[in-house]
Write a protein that binds this ligand. Structure first.
Ligand code: GLU
Length: 453
């Protein structure tokens, strides 16, 4: 059975890149009837914070990425890691090293002077130094040949072992290092496929060697190319939100975000719309693009607009109320009003913001319209006619058309000021729909307020 994991370091909130990695790991597990696990790599005591553990958990929950077991906290496994590091030492896969800071600095400086890549030169590799507390343990990295694996997205990856050094697996303070802990935890959690960012490729090559020394089954690896900003540069806080929960706060639907995230690097024929349920059936790694993808706020907005319009008006009302407190149930024709606004909106918040005129009179003064004073009479005429008609959408539309014709007017000459009178805004939905939803009484009250001003 496939077992995948997401292994965030809780040193920050879940951001776009992390959320995509978590999603792909989850979907891959589910599409293969497997399990998805979570491991907090929280060994950096200074930078890891409970606040981030909590926000990462809430982000995953919001995205409906469900865990198949309780999260694993790497910090609680340090004793186990230390034990295994010592075991590798006893078996000859690691060695004790007592090189002082000065020795290491000198080694580094000499290498830099010779234009070599600075790395530990194996000084103590064959000295059989007996390990005592306070010494570091270094991994005996194979000297000959190359380290390699077949990446499920990127294909064959191989690096000559000369490029690596005998990296530390246990620090002098007795704590394990990242590459050792991660390898041990993947082994103990029985991870079958590791899916993570391509910034971990070198780590993978190190971890594969550690796993081999531990006599563990080596999992498959899939490295996801980066998500870049639209400019092609690294995604910064200014581009995608730094905290996935900000999207929730700003009125994005989790289904829309998930659909958007999956399309950051994965495609499935020409299809664009995927429910989470469908993704759990059809997601695969072979269709993940091997080159970086770019974050696009416009595309995310497009998805959110689509998903807002998949909702019924009742669902929209509930969501807008939950997100911003604006309650469309308090106005006449609330369901029609919210559906109308959803057509052009990119977020729940935008619907709430633009809805003000359904709740409050805009009180527009005629002078502020910047139109000829003699047009006032036209508007009076128009409002008189409105008073007479049956307030049905078609009737309203017909009446507007006839009025324009009879007075030899172009639509904007009436439509533009009328839209401002009714809503206080220049950009608002169709006039006939607005009139209909506001109703005869409210519409006329607003027009008359402006004319009597
Ligand atoms: N903790 C690592 C990170 O946040 C992830 C490592 C992994 O997935 O193996 O980048």
């Amino acid at each position: 059975m496939e077992i995948t994991r997401f292994a965030p370091s809780p040193t920050g909130h879940l951001h776009i890149g992390g959320a995509r990695t978590a999603l792909f790991s989850f979907l891959f597990a589910k599409a293969n009837q497997g399990k998805f696990l979570l491991r907090f790599e929280d060994t950096d005591q200074e930078r890891s914070k409970d606040e981030y553990v909590d926000s990462i958990l809430r982000s995953l929950e919001w995205m409906q990425i469900k865990l198949d077991d309780d999260p694993v906290y790497q910090s609680k496994r340090i004793a186990k890691h230390k034990e295994l590091a010592i075991e590798l030492y006893k078996k000859g896969f690691a060695y004790a090293c007592d090189c002082s800071e000065e020795v290491l600095t000198k080694m580094r400086e000499e290498q830099i002077a010779k234009k070599q890549k600075p790395k530990y030169n194996g000084l103590n590799r064959d000295k059989n130094i007996e390990f005592t507390d306070g010494m570091v343990l270094r991994f005996k990295f194979p000297i000959a040949g190359e380290s390699k694996f077949k990446d499920l997205i990127l294909g064959d990856i191989a690096i000559n072992n000369k490029e690596f050094d005998d990296f530390i697996i246990l620090r002098s303070d007795g704590t394990p290092t990242y590459n050792f802990s991660a390898a041990v935890d993947d082994m103990d959690m029985n991870i079958t496929t590791v899916i993570r960012g391509d910034d971990h490729i070198t780590n993978t090559l190190k971890q594969i060697n550690v796993l081999a020394a531990l006599d563990a089954t080596i999992p498959s690896y899939a490295h996801l190319p980066m998500v870049l900003a639209e400019s092609g540069k690294r995604l910064s806080k200014r581009d995608g939100a730094d905290d996935i929960l900000d999207y929730k706060k700003n009125g994005y639907l989790s289904d829309a975000l998930v659909n958007y995230l999956v399309r950051l690097g994965w495609s499935y024929g020409e299809e664009e719309i995927f429910s989470l349920k469908k993704l759990q059936e059809v997601f695969n790694l072979k269709d993940v693009n091997s080159s970086p993808s770019k974050y696009s706020q416009d595309l995310l907005d497009w998805y959110n607009n689509k998903y807002l319009n998949f909702l019924t008006s009742k669902e929209l009302i509930a969501k807008v109320k939950e997100n911003s407190g604006v309650d469309f149930n308090q106005i006449d024709n609330g369901e029609l009003a919210i559906s109308l606004l959803a057509k052009g909106a990119n977020s729940l918040n935008q619907i709430a913001e633009e809805s003000i005129y359904f709740f409050q009179e805009p009180h527009i003064k005629f002078d502020s319209l910047n139109i000829d004073a003699n047009k006032k009479i036209l508007f009076s005429e128009f409002s008189k006619q409105l008073r007479e008609i049956d307030f049905e959408k078609n009737e309203i539309e017909k009446n507007i058309k006839e009025f324009l014709q009879a007075n030899d007017l172009k639509f904007p000459e009436l439509g533009k000021p009328l839209r401002i009178i009714l809503t206080g805004r220049e950009n608002a939905p169709s006039i006939s729909e607005l009139l209909f939803i506001l109703g005869k009484e409210t519409s006329l009250k607003r027009i008359e307020y402006t004319l009597n001003d």
